[in-house]
Write a protein that binds this ligand. Structure first.
Ligand code: AMP
Ligand code: GLY
Length: 438
C-alpha cells in the first residue's frame, strides 16, 4: 500500500513510525514531515493546510490511504476533497470535524445527545456577553467561576478559566474586542467552571463501531506541578489510573455512543479519532471539549504500546469495517512521553539550534525519540518549533518507563532545551489521593 501521512509533529512521526512497520506498506510519505519522519518515511514539502497540493500529490502518486494528523486540514475539508477524487482518507469529513472546529457546534451536539457537559451560553458580540456576566454577577467583587472560550480553532489557547467577575469581563474583552484569537473569537461561549481531575479518552470509530484506545493523561501546563501557562502538552503517559475500566464503560455509554449516534442522525456521520477531553466531576464525567484527531503528545505513548498493525485499523475505519477486524493487542507495559521544548516556549523562542545526542538516546532499549519541531539541514538536526522532541519509553512499570525516558532525555542536548521533570507523577499522586479517600 501507498500511504500519505499529513502533518509535521510528534503525533505524525508516531503515526508514520507505526505505519512503516506494516508488512503491507510499499511507500510511505509524510507531508511536510520533520527530521524524524525523514528517517521512517519520505518527506514531501507540501504544507498540511495546502488541500489542493495534497490532493494533487495523492492523485499523482496513486496513494491508497491518506492519514490526516492535525485538525486544521480536517476542518478545511481534506477528507471530502480526497473522497471527491476517490482517494480514501482517515479522519472525519469537514461537517463532522466541526465538533472540534466550533465549540458552539460541539455544545449543541452534546445538548442534543443529552451528554453531560457544563451549562453554557453562546454570544456573538462582547456587549451581550458582558451584559450576561454583569446580570449574573451584579457586584464588582463577585466570584464568577466561568470559562470563556473562543468558538473556533485557537491551538488550544482560546480558553480562559475565570474565578472573578473582573476575570470574566477581561476574558470577553480579549476574545471579542481585542480579537486575540482572531476569527476564532467571532462567537464566544461562556460556560460554568467545573472541578475535578481531567482525563483524555480517545476512541477510533467508523461511525458504527467504537474501538477504545488505552486511556492516557496529558500534562498541559508548562511547568512541574501543573504550574505556568497552558501548552500543546508537555508530556503524557498511558495507561492512566484516573480512568478505570468501570469509568471507561460509563464514558462510552453516556458520552461517546450518544455523541456518535447524534452525529449520524444529524447526517454528519463521524469517522476517525474522537478524542474526549473530560473533567471527572463529583457527579460523573463531563465533556470539556472534543477533538477530532489523535492527541499530541498522547498519541506517542499510546502508539508505542500498540502491537497490532495500525494500517489494518485505519483502513477498516475508512471502509466502515471496524467490526470485522481482530481487537488490537496492546503492550501491557506502560509508556511515557516527555516533551523536550525550546527555550521560551510556550512564548517566543528561536529555531535553528543544533540537536546532539539523538543516536545515543535511540540506542537505549525501549526508547523511541519522536520528532516534533525539527528540521534536517546539511545532515544536522536543528530545532524548528516550540515542542521539539517527544522522548517516549516503555518500561515494566511506570517508574521504569519514566526512568528510561528521562535517561534518554539526558543524552540529548541543544542550547536552551528543557522539559518537565514530573511527567507521569500524577499517576502516583492520584493513586495516593484515592486510596486515602477510601
Ligand atoms: P478545552 O480546550 O476546551 O479542553 O479547554 C482547555 C482547558 O481549559 C481544559 O483542559 C481545562 O483545564 C480547562 N477548561 C475548559 N473548560 C472548562 C470548564 N468548563 N471548567 C473548568 N475548566 C475548563
Ligand atoms: N494534547 C492535547 C491535544 O492534542 O489537543
Amino acid at each position: 500500500m501507498k500511504v500519505l501521512v499529513i502533518g509535521s509533529g510528534g503525533r505524525e512521526h508516531a503515526l508514520a513510525w507505526k505505519i512503516s512497520q506494516s508488512p503491507r506498506i510499499k511507500r510511505l510519505w509524510v507531508a511536510p514531515g520533520n527530521a524524524g519522519t525523514a528517517l521512517d518515511a519520505e518527506n514531501v514539502p507540501i504544507a498540511a493546510d495546502d488541500i489542493k497540493g495534497l490532493v494533487s500529490f495523492a492523485r499523482k502518486e496513486k496513494v491508497d490511504l491518506v492519514v490526516v494528523g492535525p485538525e486544521v486540514p480536517l476542518t478545511l475539508g481534506i477528507v471530502d476533497a480526497m473522497a471527491a477524487e476517490k482517494i480514501r482518507a482517515f479522519g472525519p469529513s469537514r461537517a463532522a470535524a466541526q465538533l472540534e472546529g466550533s465549540k458552539a457546534f460541539c455544545k449543541l451536539t452534546l445538548r442534543q445527545a443529552d451528554v453531560p457537559t457544563a451549562d453554557y451560553q453562546v454570544f456573538r458580540d462582547a456587549d451581550s456577553a458582558m451584559r450576561y456576566i454583569k446580570a449574573r454577577y451584579p457586584n464588582e467583587n463577585d466570584k464568577a467561576p466561568v470559562v470563556v472560550k473562543a468558538d473556533g480553532l485557537a491551538s488550544g489557547k482560546g480558553v480562559i478559566v475565570c474565578s472573578r467577575r473582573s476575570d470574566a469581563l477581561d476574558a470577553i474583552d480579549r476574545v471579542a474586542r481585542k480579537n486575540e484569537f482572531g476569527k476564532a473569537g467571532s462567537q464566544l461561549i461562556i460556560e460554568d467552571r467545573l472541578e475535578g481531575p481531567e482525563a483524555s479518552v480517545l476512541v477510533i470509530t467508523d461511525g458504527k463501531t467504537i474501538l477504545a484506545l488505552p486511556p492516557a493523561q496529558d500534562h498541559k501546563a508548562a511547568y512541574d506541578g501543573d504550574k505556568g501557562p497552558n501548552t500543546g502538552g508537555m508530556g503524557a503517559y498511558s495507561p492512566t489510573p484516573v480512568v478505570t475500566d468501570e469509568l471507561m464503560e460509563t464514558i462510552q455509554d453516556k458520552i461517546l455512543v450518544p455523541t456518535i449516534h447524534t452525529m449520524k442522525r444529524n447526517r454528519k456521520p463521524f469517522k476517525g479519532v474522537l478524542y474526549a477531553g473530560l473533567m471527572l466531576t463529583q457527579v460523573g464525567p463531563k465533556v470539556l471539549e472534543y477533538n477530532v484527531r489523535f492527541g499530541d503528545p498522547e498519541c506517542q505513548p499510546i502508539l508505542m504500546r500498540l502491537k497490532s498493525d495500525l494500517l489494518d485499523i485505519l483502513e477498516a475505519t475508512v471502509d466502515g469495517k471496524l467490526d470485522e477486524i481482530e481487537p488490537p493487542v496492546w503492550d501491557p507495559r506502560p509508556a511515557i512521553c516527555v516533551v523536550m521544548a525550546s527555550q521560551g516556549y510556550p512564548g517566543e523562542y528561536e529555531n535553528g539550534k543544533e540537536i546532539t545526542g539523538l543516536d545515543a538516546a535511540a540506542g537505549i532499549e525501549d526508547v523511541k525519540v519522536f520528532h516534533a519541531g525539527t528540521k534536517l539541514v546539511n545532515g544536522k538536526v536543528l530545532t524548528n518549533g516550540g515542542r521539539v522532541l517527544g522522548v517516549t519509553a516503555l518500561g515494566s512499570s511506570l517508574a521504569t518507563a519514566k526512568l528510561n525516558a528521562y535517561t534518554a532525555v539526558k543524552a540529548i542536548r541543544w542550547p536552551g532545551a528543557w522539559c518537565r521533570k514530573d511527567i507521569s507523577d500524577k499517576a502516583a499522586a492520584y493513586i495516593a489521593a484515592t486510596s486515602a479517600e477510601s
